[in-house]
Structure formats: C-alpha cells, structure tokens
Write a protein that binds this ligand. Sequence first.
Ligand SMILES: C[S@@+](CC[C@H](N)C(=O)[O-])C[C@H]1O[C@@H](n2cnc3c(N)ncnc32)[C@H](O)[C@@H]1O
Length: 251
Amino acid sequence: MAGKGKGKGKPPPKGPGGGQRMMRVRVKTAAKRSTSSARWLERQLNDPYVVAAKREGFRSRAAYKLLEMDDKYRILKPGQRVVDLGAAPGGWSQIAADRVKSIDGRGQVVAIDYLGMEPLAGVEIVELDFNDPDAETKLKSMLRDGGADVVLSDMAAPTVGHTNTDHLRIMALAESAAYFAFDVLAPGGTFVCKVFQGGTEKDLLEVLKKSFAVVRHVKPPASRSDSAELYVVATGFRGRPGDEDPDESTK
Ligand SMILES: C[S@@+](CC[C@H](N)C(=O)[O-])C[C@H]1O[C@@H](n2cnc3c(N)ncnc32)[C@H](O)[C@@H]1O
C-alpha cells in the first residue's frame, strides 16, 4: 500500500470501526478555543473513518469514499491509467495507485492539485490549478498514449457558507472535469466526480447520459450524511458528445 505502507486498502469488516463501539471523546472548550473549533475537533476524534484512516495510513478519510465506490462498482482495474483531479492530500491517489498497480509500473496515476502534496509511491504529482490554461496539455503529455481509462474528480473549492455560491462553484469544477474527461477518456472509460445534492446540473447530466452507457448518483457511506456532497459515477464512455460519425447519424 502506498503512504505509510500499513493499509491493506480496505477498512476492517463492518465499517471502519471494525464493528466495535468507539469510546466517545469529549472536548472541553478551552479559553483559547472557539466553540466551533471544539465541535470540529470532537467530531474528528469521534469519526470512525478519521480513526481508521490514521490507523491504516491513508492520508484522508475521503479515501474510504473511493474505496467504497470502487468496491461496489469495480471502477479501478490493474493496468489502467487514472487522472485524479483535486488530489491533495492524496487519499484517493493512494487507493487508485494500489488498485491499478501503478506501484509495480503496470497502471498509471497522475494527480493534480493547486495545493502541495507529499510524494506518493506510484503517483505522478502536478502542483497546478486545474483551471490554468496549461493544465490540460500538461496532464495529457504525462499520460501514457495521451489518454486515460478513469478520470476522478473530488475537486472542491473552499466553501463560503452561501449555499447557492458553493453550489455554483462546485458545479463549475464538475463541468470542467467532465469536459476534460471527454477529451482524454478511452472508449469504455469511467468518470467519477463530486457534485452537490440535487445531483448533476440538468445540462451536464444530459451530456453525460449521451456520452456514457450508465450514469449514477452515489452517496458512499463514508460521505457524511449532513454533507450535501454526492458523486456522479459514469461508466462505459462512448465518445465525446458531437463526435458521432456524421454518416452514421444520417442513416
Ligand atoms: C476534498 S479535497 C480532495 C481530497 C482527496 N480526494 C483525498 O482523498 O485526499 C478537494 C481538493 O480539491 C482541490 N481543488 C479545488 N479546486 C481546484 C482546482 N481548481 N485545481 C486543482 N485542485 C483544486 C483542493 O485544493 C482540495 O485539495
């Protein structure tokens, strides 16, 4: 396993708590600590996924979201080329590297984030804003044969607390991720992307439905129930919208 080399790539049975009840930790509000930061700390200390991620050497609790989606939908296979958009601190890249066997040089994982990321075995890291005009060319130049089998996007801009603004920002990232996926995915490829409750925007969903055999909205158990996040899992890439053979479409 990548990272600290401890994880087996799966949480223990019956969820990350291994079926055992965790002792609840209470955090007192010290003079210097605000009530909201005490609440955040208490939630972290009592979150079985945070505890399991630490124990298994995963860089984020988010790693379990991809793990759960992959266990259910068999997204990642040995030898595949994967792009991980918004990869820091690297939980999803760890799972991808383990499952496509990029550590053994079989598959490939290319990860991008504007935040710095510690090196990770089997992962090629690009520190760049995905919206940078050079980002797409850079990623394509790094991918074997210039293409990918799986495009993952867990990109999220920092929330401002204004629901409509946060929704618009995450959907703009999802749309750029989708159009990048249309450009790089090989036939049969998969696109996994964070969206917001209410699902993918109607226009984007229409395009995805035309371009992929199956499009699902998934809320993995590791995604907090009080979070509006959701993932779109699109499998069986059929080609970029508008790329149909003109002779075929007139038949
Ligand atoms: C929820 S975190 C990803 C967690 C990651 N999947 C993991 O398992 O460790 C979202 C990431 O998206 C990144 N991000 C947001 N907008 C981005 C952009 N325009 N370009 C690159 N990265 C971006 C953020 O910096 C952040 O690290």
